[in-house]
Design a protein around this ligand. Structure first.
Ligand code: 3PG
Length: 206
């Protein structure tokens, strides 16, 4: 699956921070039940890679990827764990090359027009706008769509259930990313029904 196809298959890509491995599978199932199948499991916790592996093995309806990738060697590790795509908060040539070598589709982060053009030079036309809120969110995406209409964005960082539908209405937004679908307190309480309800709301945004 290419990045654009992945972006088009879910209006909201949940950014998941999983501290306890036993939360991984029920969380993925709860989100998928609500209609959110594309999952970004961040590698910022120790359980991250194991969580990807568990979801890839046990939740076939999910399209699981990794996020917070900042080191080249993480792409091959993610691919081996079963990740279908990777997300980075920014982009370097080293990261672009490592993702290509690992054979894993990459959604790289950018924040400025020059970074968008640099990413295009490296072969990417589907990008994460990060941090979206600080970058100007709706206004920034409208402005980028003028000179760079060929780029499809996934704004992430500060996106809320209130701002998401407005962002998704823009022609250059494929999906949005956000952590609100898996609140820490609901995870800790194992309140999977609440997470399914949040996913159902988000799945209806487009
Ligand atoms: C992140 O990497 O933490 C994402 O940008 C999520 O941001 P959010 O918590 O503002 O949705």
């Amino acid at each position: 699956m290419q990045i654009r196809e992945i972006m088009r298959s879910c209006p909201v890509m949940p950014v998941l921070v999983i501290d306890q491995i036993e939360h991984a599978v029920p969380l993925a199932r709860a989100l998928a039940e609500g209609g959110i199948r594309v999952l970004e499991v961040t590698l910022r916790t120790e359980a991250g890679l194991a969580a990807v592996k568990a979801i890839a093995e046990s939740v076939p309806e999910a399209i699981v990827g990794v996020g917070t990738v900042v080191r080249p060697e993480q792409f091959a590790q993610a691919k081996a764990a079963g990740a279908k795509f990777a997300v980075t908060p920014g982009l370097t040539e080293k990261l672009a090359l490592a993702a290509k070598e690992a054979g894993i589709p990459l959604l790289p982060g950018v924040m400025t027009p020059s970074e968008v053009i640099a990413a295009m030079e490296l072969g990417f036309d589907a990008l994460k706008l990060f941090p979206a809120e600080q970058a100007g969110s709706l206004g920034m995406l409208k402005a980028l769509g003028g000179p760079l209409p060929q780029v499809l964005f996934c704004p992430t960082g500060g996106v809320t259930p209130e701002s998401a539908p407005k962002l998704l209405a823009l022609p250059n937004v494929g999906c949005v990313g956000g952590s609100w679908l898996a609140p820490k307190d609901k995870l800790a309480a194992g309140d999977w029904a609440a997470i399914t309800a949040l996913a159902r709301e988000a799945a209806g945004f487009r």
